[in-house]
Design a protein around this ligand. Structure first.
Ligand code: ADP
Ligand code: MG
Length: 323
């Protein structure tokens, strides 16, 4: 494989958590209602994701691993909208060029599934397989052929924690999907998939956190802010538990974070470092997603109305909650 290509792959695939993020988004795009993620040793040695989504047609399997081989409609203007998941036909090509991948998939409309194997971008085998509808992707030995990248991976625990954090965010933004996470043979997360945000919060953060939640439901400036704020549970007084979503997608926004903290100033219930799971519904045109290549940090075309909506939304929730 050409070095430049492997380096390019490294931009999409940095570490196990970025692999998990891409694969989870594929499963979501495929309409899955149940997703299981399993990792061993931080996801570096072994990573499996199984979904009950639409599956991949036999004739499309090879193609899915080719660069820019997206099956998803991509109009130019889509790039500006935050609703579009994924790196547009880069993920499977990149992942399979820097690891050993096994894909088992069956499309609902076909009688027989496929088993495909690809190592470092080289096809190893392609067979028929009897399997349920949906897709399983197993990735082994991340960066086995890119020592320069392998070297930069952190210890198993740190990589595993990063994977867990990605799964938590996805679980919180998709309460309608039952998500299970198995880490080194231990089941560490199982969400109900009943469509209730509260159920996901309970599964991810536990009972303590879920018992101090204050609901937020507010509309202003054509935006809608919904979700919960809470005081951080013991020992977690930091911003790690500030989960903000825009149109259902996890993002970081300084404006939202500042508005949240300003609104919580002086609240007895919340204290410093409010925790939250908040979704802002906003017209995609009002969001500038081109700030960060991984599309996590966003800016708004007009920051002020966003600040106001979050600030007043949280304030009015607190007024109800503090009384
Ligand atoms: P993108 O998601 O941007 O289209 P990917 O490289 O992530 O690019 O995936 C390539 C293609 O493989 C997708 O467009 C989709 O058709 C197919 N695919 C990948 N994962 C799944 C899955 N879990 N279920 C169904 N189809 C999938
Ligand atoms: Mg994708």
């Amino acid at each position: 494989k050409h070095t430049a290509e492997l380096i390019a792959a490294g931009e999409v695939v940095e570490r196990p958590s970025s692999v998990v993020k891409e694969l989870l988004e594929n499963s979501i795009d495929a309409g899955a209602t149940q997703i299981t993620v399993e990792i061993m040793h931080g996801g570096i040695d072994y990573l499996r994701i199984t979904d009950n989504g639409c599956g991949i047609l036999k004739e499309d399997v090879r193609n899915a691993f080719k660069r820019n081989a997206t099956s998803k409609i991509s109009v130019d203007s889509d790039l500006e909208k935050i609703g579009t998941l994924g790196f547009r036909g880069e993920a499977l090509a990149s992942i399979s060029s820097v690891s050993k991948v096994q894909l088992i998939t069956k499309a609902k409309e076909e009688n027989i599934g496929s088993a495909y194997e690809i190592d470092g971008g080289e096809e190893i085998s392609f067979d028929d397989a009897g399997c349920p509808d949906g897709t399983t992707l197993i990735m082994r030995n991340l960066f086995y052929n890119v020592p320069a990248r392998y070297k930069f991976l952190k210890k198993d625990v740190a990589e595993g924690n990063a994977v867990a954090s990605v799964i938590d965010k996805i679980a919180l933004s998709h309460p309608e999907i039952a998500i299970t996470f198995i880490r080194d043979n231990k089941r560490v997360l199982k969400t109900a998939g009943d469509g209730k945000l509260m159920s996901s919060i309970y599964a991810v953060y536990g009972r303590d956190f879920a018992s101090t939640l204050i609901p937020v439901d507010y509309e202003l400036n054509g935006m809608k802010l919904t979700g919960y704020i809470s005081r951080p549970t013991n020992g977690r007084a930091n911003r790690n538990m500030q989960n903000t979503f825009i149109n259902g997608r996890f993002v970081k926004s300084r404006t939202i974070s500042v508005a949240l903290e300003e609104a919580c100033k002086g609240s007895i219930m919340i204290g410093k470092f409010p925790s939250c799971v908040l979704n802002l519904q906003i017209s995609p045109e009002a969001v500038d997603v081109n700030v960060h290549p991984a599309k996590i940090e966003v800016r708004f075309i007009n920051e002020r109305p966003v600040f106001d909506t979050v600030y007043h939304g949280v304030k009015s929730a607190l007024l109800r909650g503090d009384s």
